[in-house]
Design a protein around this ligand. Structure first.
Ligand code: BTN
Length: 247
């Protein structure tokens, strides 16, 4: 990971750029970083606010050998790597919200958008897009995210280097991605659970056709969230929007 690192001032989205580079023949593990994005993408079709000079926008293009049924685990692996790097580099108590949000005091400091091309029984290519709010202040934030977002600077009151953080993330990603490729799924899931702020909490889950209130119990081998409903039955959630309810 990171043998090729390509840096841009401006891109539409580092995810789209990483995908293009893979198609052009760049190797698995190519990293794209940009100072700003004009069409930063979030999960569930949302946009990702990407002003210049403040935050980290980074994508890693890879060609995983894991079967598509473990696709969610790639995201969990990535968030474990990023959370570990953030805790070490900035010394902030980051917790993970399923599947891939990085929270401090229940406010979001980072997120991951994984995009994949699956053909038959193989993942042809994948792009893991990492967005970390580094030096953004509350004044820099649009009204609609002020209540729910934070940054390393807001947490710690100091500026951080985006490039040093990028290096830490690449190092951790390299380590955790190798474990995934070596099928060490339990190690990854155990670490995810340790870093999780979701397990044991009451959550609201918005699915395409309904809403559930439940307790998050665990994640399974494929990275799905196992929740217990109020009637005592269990459900496995693969996709959807999870809100943590008051502890
Ligand atoms: C989320 O919704 O939480 C995921 C946000 C992911 C944002 C990052 S920024 C770098 C990469 N490029 C994008 O367009 N999105 C991801």
């Amino acid at each position: 990971i990171g043998k090729e690192i390509v840096v841009y001032d401006e891109v539409e989205s580092t995810n789209s750029k990483a995908n293009e580079l893979l198609k052009q023949g760049y190797p698995s593990g190519t990293v794209v970083v940009a100072d700003r994005q004009i069409k930063g993408k979030g999960r569930l079709g949302r946009k990702w606010i990407s002003p210049s000079g403040k935050n980290l926008y980074m994508s890693i293009g890879i060609k995983p050998t894991i079967p598509p049924k473990y696709a969610t685990l790639l995201t969990l692996t990535s968030v474990v790597a990023c959370t570990t790097a953030l805790r070490r580099y900035a010394d902030v108590p980051v917790l993970i919200k399923w599947p891939n949000d990085m929270l401090v005091d229940d406010k979001k400091v980072g997120g991951i958008l994984t995009e994949m091309k699956i053909e038959g029984e193989k993942i042809k290519s994948a792009v893991v897009g990492i967005g970390i709010n580094v030096n953004m202040t509350e004044e820099d934030m649009p009204e609609e995210i002020k209540e729910i977002a934070s940054s390393l600077k807001i947490c710690k009151g100091e500026d951080f280097s985006r490039s040093l953080l990028a290096v830490e993330i690449i190092k951790e990603f390299d380590k955790w991605y190798q474990l995934l490729e070596k099928r060490q799924r339990k190690t990854i899931i155990d670490r995810w659970m340790q870093l999780s702020g979701t397990i044991g909490r009451q959550v609201k889950i918005v699915l395409s056709d309904r809403e559930l209130i439940a307790t998050a119990e665990a994640i399974d081998e494929e990275g799905r969230l196992i929740v217990k409903l109020t009637d005592g039955t269990y459900e496995k959630i693969c996709a959807g929007d999870v809100t943590l309810l008051r502890a």
